[in-house]
Design a protein around this ligand. Structure first.
Ligand SMILES: [Zn+2]
Length: 251
């Protein structure tokens, strides 16, 4: 099984590549694309939150609790007094850091249902629904946020799967082969069913994916990417001119 660093690198590589393609289409703003990239990396770390005692998971939970607290505070910033906002932040932090953490710890088995493809879909759909309903994102923006989370999540599962194949030794398959990139768990039929129902339910909470699909599947979107797969006449045309000052600063 791949370790934390490998997952961090893997998720960064996959969502970085996807984000680069989006940059090349020239249709999305840079701050938005940076956000997608970060969401992709977070998605790539999510599947292992079912082993809550590992240090990375503890750090991630701490960060999540702090950030979620601020997101809530920013959302209500105009309405409440500073004291109320601080109380809100503390409440949010405690709820996630201790409440959600304890729940996860209690109810999950590592590499159980949380470590599966439908869970990846769930996380993406939750992100899309939240981006759209809570943060008033546009339909396309919301679906892109969710897609990057799912993308990172699936990259994580695939990486775990590849790591269960021992590439260097003679023994080709390890015991864990086939357990990472799973569609559910036979041992937890009820949980698996609930997970699929959650996917369907969450899908209905999200805005219609049609505008997003149209943009993503349209050839128009990728025209500039296809044209720029390889450089034209010179490599890195004008790059030197851009990174070097045109005029020496007057001293
Ligand atoms: Zn994993």
């Amino acid at each position: 099984m791949a370790d934390f660093n490998t997952h961090l690198m893997g998720a960064a590589a996959v969502s970085g590549l996807a984000a680069t393609v989006l940059v090349m289409t020239g249709q999305f703003s840079h701050p938005a694309i940076t956000g997608y990239f970060v969401l992709g990396v977070i998605g790539g770390l999510l599947p292992d939150i079912d082993s809550p005692h590992s240090i990375p998971v503890r750090i991630a939970f701490m960060a999540l609790a702090v950030i979620a607290g601020f997101l809530v505070v920013f959302t209500f910033g105009r309405r409440y007094s500073l004291t109320e906002l601080i109380l809100l932040w503390i409440g949010c932090f405690v709820l996630i850091r201790y409440g959600v953490f304890a729940l996860l710890d209690h109810f999950t088995v590592h590499r159980g249902l949380l470590h599966s493809i439908p869970m990846g879909a769930c996380c993406g759909l939750i992100t899309t629904a939240m981006a759209y309903h809570v943060f008033n994102a546009s339909v396309i923006h919301a679906w892109l946020c969710g897609s990057f989370v799912t993308l990172g999540f699936l990259a994580h599962l695939l990486l775990d799967e590849f790591y269960s194949v021992n590439l260097f030794g003679k023994k080709l398959l390890k015991k864990s082969f086939g357990t990472a990139f799973s569609l559910g768990s036979v041992k937890q039929p009820l949980g698996t069913m609930a997970l699929y129902l959650a996917v369907i339910g969450l899908f209905y909470l999200c805005p219609s994916p049609r505008p997003f699909g149209e943009v993503m599947l349209s050839q128009e979107t990728y025209r500039s990417v296809a044209q720029r797969l390889l450089p034209g006449e010179t490599w890195f045309a004008g790059f030197l001119r851009r990174v070097t000052p045109t005029r020496l600063p007057i001293l």
